[in-house]
Design a protein around this ligand. Structure first.
Ligand code: HDE
Length: 706
């Protein structure tokens, strides 16, 4: 188990000065007046009308009336945590950024994970991209790495972002569906935007339904620049690699979790941190020398492309540990604002046209979301450096700026605040040489939309490919306009014929025999350059192991949750063995029984039921174990919910373990011997299976109607 850092970091100390705790305190009004009655309003007599004079009632209701702020335009639903980033390998050769060069520094961070399309109260398990935004409170100012859990994006130019978001959000006439891409407007847009093809394959893969926020990768997506002390630059791609491995749930499971516990990811993150099982990620970089900018078949500035790890390996340079839950969701997770424009010396942008648009959008949106230009003063957003500049006033100004001179140059203020030279840490933009005409258009090097979609699909294991086929079939079956479905099938023929044929057959469409031409829907039939239409290139490599979750298993069972089905008469020794062995490896068990309270075990000892068959569900657990005990097995056999529980675990390809004398129960389920099933009471084998996460091959054999 990770240790909580005893040293108070600069940001934690800073936040503490804003934190209040009402324990042992008297209640006051917002003006600090001690209150005598918070239960009754001031009335003209016992049964009379309420008086306007009631300052206490008015203050309370007024504050309440204004306590909501607009939710984020996208990424509205999120969960946050504090932590620390520790650099293990200096990048001094490439950058002068202190937090990436000084291995003695520990940089405080705040991270917010999010879904993109749903509202603040929507389900965690929507099929969606996940935001992965990290704020580094560095000694040189805040650096935000505002990434996603998918390394590429839907569109190549910021100009199309409002269109993409309007298409995926609930439809504007009836606001249906919530947090789902399975509807007409989304697929209408995607089917007319061949540049989305690579991203849409990722979104239809299991990457879009993570098992846990702690088990997903993060990517900076764009190519950025690093600049060293000598002013030399290179390109960089950022990666977060989770220590627990990259894992997902099954689509059927995701939909059920959304009903059983729509806070599943948020709760999982919160509980892991509360239990001291701190989520961790390694930070990796792919470094590309500036002179190799044109080395690849694809354009480094095109955000629909990744750089395969086979071409440029990922170097691990440090580890991020999330070790503290926020004290207040609104103050911290809701009010935190990230921006890719938040930079420190030694890091700079590239000309990726999607990134360039983002540099404007993030601060702009906060003006309406957080109500004015002083959002950087909100505690969670504050840099650990004191801010000195000539920006003044505005809504909710918290800083008391002394002096008369709020302009520069000045002599009245002694010329302060001073500007810093580069050598003193003053930020300068990278002096990239530019010699070009102003055009509104797109580079020809951006027109290959399929090569990396093909690479992604070819890199998946057979079950992963099947999940992609099923996801397309599911989503497109929700589209009501047949032409849109057909256009999408045509696009898929450009990725993989068999994929397109499968989806077509599930949708009742003619099965395409050849690759169908796909055009960019933005081009009017009568005119503009035809050369925006997709061109075909070969994938940069044939397969890339890093793109398949089947290849990036961690084997650990740490933080996994095992359901133990029990009743009066359960074999206590087996429960103890499982608890001890699972606990030693960092997993936890929960005893689930027909009722809450104390169960009398076979040896008359007491086992407490943590949950019941009526208040929890199989989809909330990573594995199930059925200990022996004849009386308990008899009791469980009489519970259809227990049978359903195990069938569902089987259907979702999870590890299942049972004692030999649980056989009469197992015989009443669909469970049969095979990978991930140990029915002889072998706890060690069961726990090893759990470390493999899922046995997806199981569903290729037979589907279980759970
Ligand atoms: Fe965002 N994005 N985005 N985005 N984005 C926002 O900023 C935007 C894009 C990402 O937890 C908004 O504060 C544009 C790519 C994350 O608070 C908004 C474009 C990537 C978060 C915005 C993109 C992201 C946001 C909404 C295309 C991955 C949540 C509220 C040019 C690299 C941050 C807000 C959090 C949030 C704009 C595309 C990641 C509207 C214009 C690509 C993780 O400003």
């Amino acid at each position: 188990m990770a240790k909580r850092s005893s040293k108070k970091d600069l940001k934690t100390a800073d936040l503490q000065s804003y934190t209040t705790d009402a324990a042992n305190q008297f209640m006051t009004t917002d003006q600090g007046l001690k209150m005598n009655d918070d239960h009754n309003s001031l009335k003209a007599g016992d049964r009379g009308g309420t008086l306007l004079e009631d300052i206490i009632l008015r203050e309370k209701i007024t504050h309440f009336d204004h306590e909501r702020i607009p939710e984020r335009i996208v990424h509205a639903r999120g969960s946050g945590a504090h932590g620390v980033f520790r650099l293990t390998k200096s990048l001094k050769q490439y950058t002068k950024a202190a937090f990436l060069t000084d291995t003695t520094q520990e940089t405080p961070v705040f991270v917010r994970f999010s879904t993109v399309a749903g509202s603040r109260g929507s389900t965690d398990l929507a099929r969606d991209v996940r935001g992965f935004a990290v704020k580094f409170y560095t000694t040189e100012g805040n650096y935000d790495l505002v990434g996603n859990n998918i390394p590429v994006f839907f569109i190549q130019d910021a100009m199309k972002f409002p269109d993409l978001v309007h298409a995926v959000k609930p439809e504007p006439d009836n606001e249906i569906p919530q947090a789902a891409s399975a509807h007409d407007t989304f697929w209408d847009f995607i089917s007319l935007m061949p540049e989305s093809t690579h991203m849409i394959l990722w979104v239809m893969s299991d990457r879009a339904i993570p098992r846990s926020l702690r088990m997903m990768e993060g990517f900076g997506v764009h190519t950025f620049r690093l600049i060293n002390e000598k002013g030399a630059a290179c390109f960089v791609k950022f990666h977060w690699k989770p220590v627990l491995g990259v894992h997902s749930v099954a689509w059927d499971e995701a939909q059920k979790i959304s009903g059983k516990d729509s806070d599943f990811h948020r709760r999982d993150l919160w509980e892991a941190i509360e239990e001291g099982r701190f989520p961790e990620w390694d930070l990796g970089v792919q470094i590309i020398p500036e002179k190799e900018e044109h080395r690849f078949e694809f354009d480094l500035l095109d955000p629909t492309k990744l750089v395969p790890e086979e071409l440029v390996p990922v170097q691990i340079i440090g580890r991020m540990t999330l070790n503290r839950n926020p004290d207040n969701f609104f103050a911290e997770t809701e009010q935190v604002m990230f921006s890719p424009a938040h930079l420190v010396p030694g890091i700079d942008f590239s000309n990726d046209p999607l990134l360039q648009g983002r540099l404007f959008s993030y601060t702009d949106t906060q003006l309406s979301r957080l109500g004015g230009p002083n959002f950087h003063q909100i505690p969670v957003n504050r840099s650990v450096n004191t801010i000195y500049n000539n920006q003044r006033d505005g809504h909710m100004q918290m800083q008391i700026n002394k002096g008369k001179a709020a302009y520069s140059p000045n002599s009245i203020g002694g010329g302060c605040p001073f500007l810093s030279r580069e050598a003193e840490g003053g930020f300068t933009s990278y002096a990239e040489r530019i010699d070009a005409r102003k055009i509104r258009g797109r580079s020809k090097s951006f027109l290959d939309h399929f090569s990396q979609a093909i690479l992604f699909y070819n890199s998946q294991s057979a079950p992963e490919q099947q999940h992609i086929k099923d996801a397309f079939s599911f989503e497109l079956s929700r589209v009501t306009i047949p032409e849109i479905r057909q256009r999408m099938v045509n696009t898929l023929t450009n990725v993989n014929r068999e994929l397109a044929q499968y989806v077509a057959s599930r949708l009742g469409l003619p099965v395409p025999k050849k690759v169908m031409p796909v055009t960019n829907g933005a081009i009017p039939a009568d005119g503009l350059p035809k050369d925006y239409n997709p061109v075909k290139k070969n994938p940069p490599v044939k397969k890339s192991a890093a793109l398949s979750m089947a290849q990036v298993k961690s084997g650990t069972i740490a933080t996994r949750c095992i359901a133990v089905l029990a009743a009066d008469g359960t074999d206590a020794a087996m429960v103890m063995e499982l608890k001890k062995k699972a606990g030693a490896k960092g997993a936890k068990i929960k005893v689930i029984a027909p009722r809450l309270g104390a169960l009398k075990a076979s040896d008359h000892s007491i086992i407490n039921a943590d949950e019941t068959l009526f208040n929890t569900a199989s989809v909330l657990f990573d594995a199930v174990y059925i200990p022996g005990g004849a009386k308990a097995i008899e009791a469980l056999l009489a519970e259809p919910d227990a049978i359903h529980f195990v069938n569902e675990q089987f259907r979702h390809c999870k590890a299942i373990g049972a004692a030999p004398d649980a056989a009469p129960f197992i015989q009443n389920t669909f469970v049969k011997e095979g990978a991930g099933i140990s029915l002889n009471g072998n706890v060690d084998r069961f726990l090893k299976d759990l470390g493999l996460h899922r046995f997806w091959e199981r569903e290729m054999e037979r589907k279980v109607p759970a």
